[in-house]
Each structure stands twice: as C-alpha cells, then as structure tokens.
Design a binder for this molecule. Structure first.
Ligand code: ZN
Length: 173
C-alpha cells in the first residue's frame, strides 16, 4: 500500500520544477503527469498556463519559513479552491482516499492546487513540521518534498548539496 499524500507531494514538487520557469514546455509537463500516473494528459496552452498559476500559489507552501506559516498558506488555498472533502476508491491503486477538488473533471489548475494542498496538509500534520522546502542552493531554488525520514534537508538533491559543499570549501581556502 502506498500513501497517496506522499505521492501527491512528490508529484507537486516534480510539477513545480517544470512549471516554475518562464515558459513551461507542455511536453515536459505532460511527461511528469504521466510519470505520476495520469494516463493521458493532453494539455492545451491554456491548461499549461493554469497549471503554472497553480504552481506559483503552491510554491508559497514550499517557501514558508515555518510550520505555522505553511499551515496558513494551505488553509488559504483550501478556502479558495477546495470543495467538501469526499472519500473515493476510484481505480488508481490507492484504495479509499480523500479528494477535495470542487469537481471530478475540473480544470487542471484547481486540480493541482487541491490535490497537492491535501497531500501537503496531510504530510504537515504527520510530521508536525513543514511538508517541503526550497533548495538552499542560490543557483537552484527548486521545491522539494520532505517525504523521507531522517534529518531535515536543505537541498533538492545530492547534486546541489555537493556543489554547495564544494563552493563553501573553496570560499574558505
Ligand atoms: Zn537544488
């Protein structure tokens, strides 16, 4: 059994990485959606623009400096986008789980905000801490999810952590 909230937080981080650029490539956005189990994501330029607007709103959750600010950003997103929570067991391999989107076939942007916000909120409640962060590398800044255990991370990837460690070492010597 996988936990849908962890998957939706990882999906949000992966989508934000391709959406938070000046002009997102529809093909790379569709590719990330497919990797996260959306069978046939056909995206119009308007869909990509709506997803990018949603990504900008979700970025605020990852940018929140502490758990209380992350919670208040999430509450504002629920107030703006979410419908009443409902349980569903539609065939996506998760069993019974919560949805909070206003409509089952709603627009992509609202879908991304509500599904990600629900996942981020569940992860926040589970960790009693921020559900993700932004990479501390000044040349990167990518959002990452706190889905693993262990010590809190500051970088999106081992690659960024290594690059910054090397740079800090060079700056000292
Ligand atoms: Zn990074």
């Amino acid at each position: 059994m996988t936990f849908p909230h962890r998957d939706s937080v990882q999906r949000a981080a992966d989508l934000l990485a391709v959406l938070l650029v000046a002009s997102p490539e529809p093909a790379s956005v569709a590719q990330v959606l497919r990797e996260h189990g959306e069978p046939d994501p056909s995206l119009s330029p308007e869909d990509v623009a709506a997803l990018r607007a949603a990504a900008l709103e979700l970025r605020e959750v990852f940018a929140a400096p502490d758990v209380a600010s992350a919670a208040s950003v999430l509450n504002a997103l629920f107030g703006k986008y979410a419908g009443p929570p409902r349980l569903t067991d539609h065939d996506d391999g998760y069993g019974w789980h919560l949805h909070a989107d206003a409509a089952d076939d709603g627009p992509w942007g609202a879908w991304l905000v509500t599904s990600s916000a629900l996942g981020l909120a569940a992860l926040l409640a589970e960790r009693q801490d921020v559900p993700g962060g932004l990479c501390a590398s000044p040349s990167c800044g990518r959002p990452f999810a706190h889905t693993g255990g262990g010590s809190p991370r500051r970088y999106c990837s081992a690659r960024c952590a290594t690059r910054e460690r090397v740079a800090a070492h060079r700056a000292r010597t």
